[in-house]
Design a protein around this ligand. Structure first.
Ligand code: FAD
Ligand code: NAI
Length: 466
């Protein structure tokens, strides 16, 4: 075996939110650390082609919609609102650069060696990057995920795009067909709908956002329909053929029946993401995958090979940036001899549509299926003073608590700023709080957060304002 170009305590493979956070925490704890990344910029999917650019476009398109349609209700007349798409894309690019440069700065500050290129295991304690060999006592695989393909729908990132292409369309499509009514479909569908596209979402199941609480999914569909989006539920796309002017899609009922064709200018394929381990040489290291292609780990992020760990989208669990980050911190602390830990029962998830959807813990469907006796308290934003002042009365807060102990088991919010409101519910769950604890906590007036307090009061039939 060739001599390694360098030897480290830890080499992290992948500089997404899982990998870069693991590298920073390990360096803080005194480990000699390197991080390999094949993209020219740091930050992974999240910073380059995921969370950050999508939120930049969601925020900007929301302001565009507001200026064009919603401000009049506040007595503000705005004339001549025009879309400057290159300007909006420029905003997105600037935000991405500021964030990826920020990680670069943090790597330098923490003296982390950045290795540019694709890492491939050549043995269980060696990787090769751009023809050079590196050794380490420990490795963390944080190679993330990529878009799941669909037979008959060939992505070219121009007319048939994944989220990556949908973040950079050069013009607003007349008709955007979205395959998959999950998080990406609804977020990026909302962006292009606000900018003027007709958007049709084709979803295989009989509801959108199928992993969310059922009541939330139904309300979301009603609200997005009111905003102009169209939904074809219980339907599957069996082919997408490019024509001179666009794409012809064949759509069939999921349970069988007659096929129909739909014409689109652009098609967004968003039917989920799959773990990414291409070219990583896991065979050479002997690392096992599970039945869904994820790197198999135990609760301490250990793979079956001593000294090789894995975190983030490439292992089991929700594919979320904050989950990957928390695992990054935990694995670094474990490697430094501390007791790193992630509480998977209290990981929030947020859909950044308007209004937002946010949840933590279990849904009513999950509790019913598990046979857990629970009580539900619900409060609509229609009865919240601040929501009325904001003209944001769509949605509700639902608190689910154990019928016997009153311990909070789940919170589901659809409404303005739901992503911020969920934070106190996550904290409550982290501390094992009861609905009564939230209900007795003083919430400032007038704020949207009073709806959380009222929903907690409603668990015991004591809401004041409804
Ligand atoms: P990644 O961020 O995917 O990073 C993995 C990195 O590893 C990549 O940079 C890749 O280039 C690199 N890599 C892979 N193989 C190798 C190799 N062999 N050698 C070197 N480098 C390699 N999550 C949220 O929580 N909130 C959101 O709002 C949100 N929005 C999203 C929007 C979109 C459009 C998408 C696609 C995803 C979104 N996500 C969001 C999900 C989030 O991006 C992921 O959960 C998160 O990025 C996972 O982090 P990770 O570190 O595991 O992997
Ligand atoms: P998703 O899992 O959220 O949704 C995929 C949808 O496609 C589901 O509703 C599913 O039933 C449907 N589907 C599957 N096969 C289909 C088919 N053949 N035809 C029609 N519909 C089909 O996946 P998505 O939206 O691609 O996002 C991937 C992941 O990225 C998310 O699960 C999430 O983990 C992450 N993400 C998180 C965001 C956030 O936190 N705000 C934003 C964007 C992505």
């Amino acid at each position: 075996m060739t001599e390694p170009a360098a030897t480290y305590d830890l080499i992290v493979i992948g500089a997404g939110p899982g990998g870069y956070v693991a590298a920073i925490r390990a360096a803080q704890l005194g480990l000699k650390t390197a991080c390999v990344e094949k993209m020219p910029t740091l930050g992974g999917t999240c910073l380059n082609i995921g969370c950050i650019p999508s939120k930049a476009l969601l925020h900007a398109s929301e302001r565009f919609e507001e200026a064009g349609h919603s401000l009049a209700a506040f007595g503000i007349k705005v004339a001549g609102v025009e879309l400057d798409l290159p300007g909006m894309m420029g905003h997105k690019d600037k935000v991405v650069k500021a964030n990826t440069d920020g990680v670069d700065f943090l790597f330098k500050k923490n003296k982390i060696d950045r290795l540019l290129g694709t890492a491939r295991f050549t043995a269980k304690d060696r990787i090769e990057v751009e023809g050079k060999s590196y050794a380490a006592k420990n490795f963390v695989i944080a190679t993330g995920s990529d878009s799941t393909p669909l037979k008959g729908v060939e992505v070219d990132e121009t007319r048939i795009v994944t989220s990556t292409g949908a973040l950079s369309l050069p013009e607003v499509p007349k008709h955007l067909v979205v395959i998959g009514g999950g998080v990406i479909g609804l977020e990026l569908g909302s962006v292009w709908s606000r900018l003027g596209a007709k958007v049709t979402v084709v979803e295989f199941l009989d509801r959108i956002l199928p992993t969310n609480d059922g009541e939330v999914s139904k309300q979301m569909q009603r609200i997005l329909t009111k905003q102009g989006m169209a939904f074809k539920l219980g339907s599957k796309v069996t082919s997408a053929t490019k024509t001179d002017t666009g794409v012809t899609l064949t759509v069939e009922p999921a349970k069988g029946g007659d096929a129909e064709t739909i014409e689109a200018d652009v098609v967004l394929l968003s039917i989920g993401r799959r773990p990414y381990t291409d070219g990583l040489g896991l065979d050479a290291a002997g690392v096992e995958l599970d039945e869904r292609g994820r790197v198999k780990t135990d609760r301490h992020f250990r793979t079956n090979v001593e000294g090789i760990y894995a975190i983030g989208d490439v292992i089991a669990g929700p594919m979320l940036a904050h989950k990957a980050e928390d695992e990054g911190v935990a694995v670094a602390e474990i490697l430094a001899g501390q007791a790193g830990h992630v509480n998977y029962d209290a990981i929030p998830s947020v859909v950044y549509t308007w209004p937002e959807v946010a949840s933590v813990g279990r849904s009513e469907e999950e509790l019913k299926q598990a046979g857990v006796a629970y009580k539900a308290g619900k409060f609509p934003f229609l009865a919240n003073g601040k929501a009325r002042a904001m003209n944001a009365t769509d949605g509700f807060v639902k608190v689910l608590a154990d019928a016997k102990t009153d311990r909070v088991l789940g919170v589901h919010i659809i409404g303005a700023e739901a992503g911020i409101l969920i934070a106190e519910c996550v904290l409550a769950m982290e501390f094992g709080a009861s609905a009564e604890d939230i209900a007795r906590t003083c919430h400032a007036h007038p704020t949207l957060s009073e709806a959380v307090k009222e929903a907690a009061l409603a668990v015991d039939g004591r809401a004041i304002h409804i």
